[in-house]
Ligand binder design. Sequence first.
Ligand SMILES: [Zn+2]
Length: 199
Amino acid sequence: MTSLSSASKIVSMNNSPYIYLANNLAIDFVNTVLNQHEEVTDLLQSNSDLSLWAHGAGLNIDTQLESFNLMTALELRTAFKDSFTAKINNHKIPKKSLETVNKHLLNHSVQQILHLENNCYVLQAKNKKLTFSKFLGYLAHEAATLLASPQAEQVKRCCNENCILIFLDTSRSHKRRWCSMDICGNRAKAAKHYKKIQS
Ligand SMILES: [Zn+2]
């Protein structure tokens, strides 16, 4: 049994290390920083990493039209992380994060289509090739739409205390506990089982 919604997926495209299991692209973007082998790892180290992440998310950044600025993308990622963390902790979103999200929200002009995926209707960018600023504007829109909706209450941190991944719990029962059963759920189950044998 998996606690993931059917729309969730773990993508391993071209041996890509990126995971898309959060049910929201802005959260997936935050999850590019993860705890691997007890070490916090940032998977976005270069422009090509960013391009690969976008590709895995079903988007392409058109580098012919506009140059990348990795730092700008990472600044937005930090704003997302601080905003969602504030939401999880029932705090107000820090003013600086709100300003950063709003700045990029102005660049949101991506047309979307309603699309059926694994029995769920999801909104997707109509044009998959985006300029860099439109790409960030699109992500800002993903974050802002969620933060402004009642669904924001269902943004959660994985219950594995060594895991820093967050996700939107879209399960009917709102009882999703793990980023994914494969990554943390089974590990927790195995640890519980081991403890039982030991006692
Ligand atoms: Zn986890």
